[in-house]
Design a protein around this ligand. Structure first.
Ligand SMILES: Nc1nc2c(ncn2[C@@H]2O[C@H](COP(=O)(O)OP(=O)(O)OP(=O)(O)O)[C@@H](O)[C@H]2O)c(=O)[nH]1
Ligand SMILES: [Mg+2]
Length: 360
């Protein structure tokens, strides 16, 4: 028994320094690992910045044109028919009207765009179909270019800017937040995503993926919880960490669902009362929904005072004309355009570029 005791003490005495050594090795390895991982995170954030800024510039120049091909096909087809006539007749007007309606411009806006042109033709300032088309192009551009399209970011605030993102189901809200977050990070701003869509189980995870991709922080709430309180918590966290911008996601909802629109109005009120300031309410509209986008814009604006529209899926079968209806009938500027599903597929809306992409 005594021999066994002595043996055990000897083993303990022998192994104690080894265990200590192994522990010390593990701690230093872990510490080194943490530094490397930390460095990698910072590195990837800055790598991401340069990647996004250069790619976005190239994309915005080429892609609106390329990706609007569906809209252009419908539009230029009708316009080239108008150009085959030698003079401007009733048929010319009918063809132009049809081209605009087919491109989703909407009845009221089509009438508004064509009215000044009819005047010019009446007083014989325009006599050739070719001149009429170029006047139409000018008129469409001038109807759009009045609005300020910059995203409102108040750098003088001593608190986070809050951008609230709203819209119907599946319009592209969460994806837009991810893309926006990457762009804002590339501008050097710190970003926190607030997962205000507590309705859909996968929504928080989807946003979490975008947070990781774009180098943003995230605040999530319990599933089925009150979206207002998640956004409130997000703003509180952003304030305590001196984060510049909170991008607040919300659950998709139909604009005619009174209860859900009331819930959204509450989200807006609570966000306004939080420690930051709501400087932008972005309504995301799926461009393929056509004229329904106008109804969406009206109702969401009533509930949340929308400050800008993000028109997504212009790369798909969208005809794009809804841009004119939203801007001229509601006076809400289109600020951004979604041209695909990846992180750099979001570009600033440029009225001149958009109209020229429609025409050729
Ligand atoms: N082609 C294309 N697809 C897009 C664009 N924006 C979003 N999407 C896709 O549209 C689908 C819905 O996008 P989400 O961001 O989940 O839409 P959401 O509005 O957050 O949806 P809910 O939260 O369910 O209301 C996804 O498959 C996106 O990849 C775009 O600009 N172009
Ligand atoms: Mg979503």
């Amino acid at each position: 028994m005594l021999a066994l005791n002595i043996f055990a003490q000897q083993v303990a005495a022998d192994t104690a320094p080894k265990v200590f050594l192994v522990l010390a090795l593990l701690v230093s390895l872990f510490g080194f690992g943490a530094i490397v991982v930390g460095r990698r995170t910072r590195q990837s954030a800055s790598e991401l910045s340069s990647e996004i800024s250069s790619e976005t510039v190239v994309k915005s120049a080429e892609s609106v044109r390329d990706r609007l091909s569906k809209a252009r096909d419908a539009f230029t087809g009708a316009i080239s028919i108008a150009l085959t006539h030698s003079s401007i007749t009733q048929q010319t007007w009918d063809e132009l009207e049809e081209a605009l309606l087919r491109a989703d411009v909407g009845v009221a806006t089509t009438a508004r765009v064509l009215a000044p042109l009819r005047e010019l033709v009446k007083i014989k300032q325009i006599t050739e179909p070719r001149d009429l088309i170029s006047a139409l192009r000018k008129e469409m551009t001038s109807q759009l270019s009045q609005n300020a399209r910059e995203l409102n970011f108040d750098a003088s605030l001593d608190a986070p800017n809050i951008w609230l993102v709203v819209g119907v189901n599946g319009a592209g809200k969460t994806t837009t937040i991810g893309k926006l977050s990457a762009q804002q990070r590339a501008l050097g701003r710190s970003v926190l995503l607030a997962a205000g869509d507590t309705f859909r189980a996968a929504a928080g995870e989807q946003l979490e993926t975008w947070a990781t991709r774009s180098g943003a922080e995230i605040v999530r709430g319990a599933e089925g919880g009150d979206p207002s309180s998640v956004i409130f918590d997000g703003v509180a966290r952003a304030t305590s960490r001196n984060i510049d911008l909170v991008l607040a996601d919300t659950a998709g909802r139909l604009q005619n669902n009174t209860n859900l629109m009331e819930e959204l109005a509450k989200v807006r009120r609570v966000a306004d009362k939080a420690s930051g300031k709501v400087t932008e309410v972005l309504l995301v509209i799926d461009a393929t929904t056509g004229q329904n986008g106008l109804t969406q814009a009206k109702q969401f604006s009533l509930a949340t005072q929308v400050t800008g529209v993000v028109l997504t899926k212009l790369d798909g079968s969208a005809k794009g004309g809804i841009v004119f209806a939203i801007e001229t009938e509601l006076g809400i500027p289109i600020k951004l355009v979604g041209l695909g599903e990846t992180i750099d597929d979001l570009v600033a809306f440029d009225a001149t570029e958009f109209v020229s992409a429609l025409f050729n």
